[in-house]
Design a protein. Structure first.
Length: 248
């Protein structure tokens, strides 16, 4: 199922600085040339210092985040073996609260965290969500947890972005939870793993293709992404969950 691509426009602004030249006399020109050389040297030193300062600031920010959340320090990324962003969080509409990725770091009851991204119009997502019930029931008590998220409704509208659609958004979440399989010719199942709204589609940068669903497996001992797939992959998910769980 093709996902509605969400494109980001990147704009680059270039600032050009002009220099004035004083050529009123030989002696003055020599003085200006000397001053220019000194100015160039100073500019180069200042630039080097600024880059070093930026690097220190970035490292400090990553260290502060790690300390605040008791979480591995960055850099954080979106690809295989990257450490996942600790501030990634999803909204639970039933509890009216957010759950964040950093809450699972070092959790003795959770060894493998599956993060899934789906859309209300995606039949492949419906099938995968239905099949994940078996995987969850098989491995949950062995250390497997799921954060299953929806980012769009059946009409491709972002979930939870319009207060006037909250009632219909909530109806979609209830239907997804209580009637898994009904719309794809499967026996009805009630989803027993946690469902969330991905408000603002935070998982968009983790997609590598224009398709849904997206599935990530995170090893909670170091919060690294150890599996990433775009598109239907329920069988592979189960195999990889088992592999990561029992490799620890």
């Amino acid at each position: 199922m093709i996902r509605r691509a969400m494109t980001l426009a990147l704009a680059t602004a270039v600032l050009v600085l002009g220099a004035c030249d004083d050529s009123s006399g030989t002696a003055e020109a020599d003085t200006v040339e000397t001053d220019t050389l000194a100015s160039d040297t100073l500019t180069e030193a200042d630039t080097t210092e600024a880059v070093d300062t930026t690097t220190v600031e970035e490292d400090t920010a990553a260290a502060d985040t790690a300390e605040a959340y008791d979480y591995p320090p960055g850099p954080y990324g979106t690809r295989y073996l990257d450490i996942i962003d600790p501030e990634l969080g999803f909204y639970d509409p039933w509890a009216d609260s957010y759950t964040y990725v950093h809450q699972f770091y070092g959790d003795p009851n959770v060894k493998v965290l599956l993060i899934s991204s789906a859309a209300g119009w995606c039949t492949a997502c419906m099938l995968e969500a239905w099949e994940l019930v078996d995987t969850y029931d098989t491995y949950h008590d062995k250390g497997f947890e799921i954060l299953y998220t929806l980012y769009e409704d059946a009409q491709s509208r972002p979930l939870w972005d319009d207060v006037h659609r909250r009632e219909s958004d909530m109806a979609l979440m209830n239907d997804w939870r209580d009637n898994a399989g009904v719309y794809i010719g499967k026996p009805r199942r009630v989803i027993d793993y946690p469902l969330f709204v991905d408000v603002g589609f935070q998982l968009n940068p983790y997609y590598t293709e224009n398709a849904t669903p997206l599935t990530l497996l995170v090893r909670t001992s170091d919060m690294r992404i150890v599996y990433s797939a775009v598109g239907y992959s329920a069988g592979s998910i189960s195999d990889n969950v088992k592999t990561v769980l029992f490799a620890q």
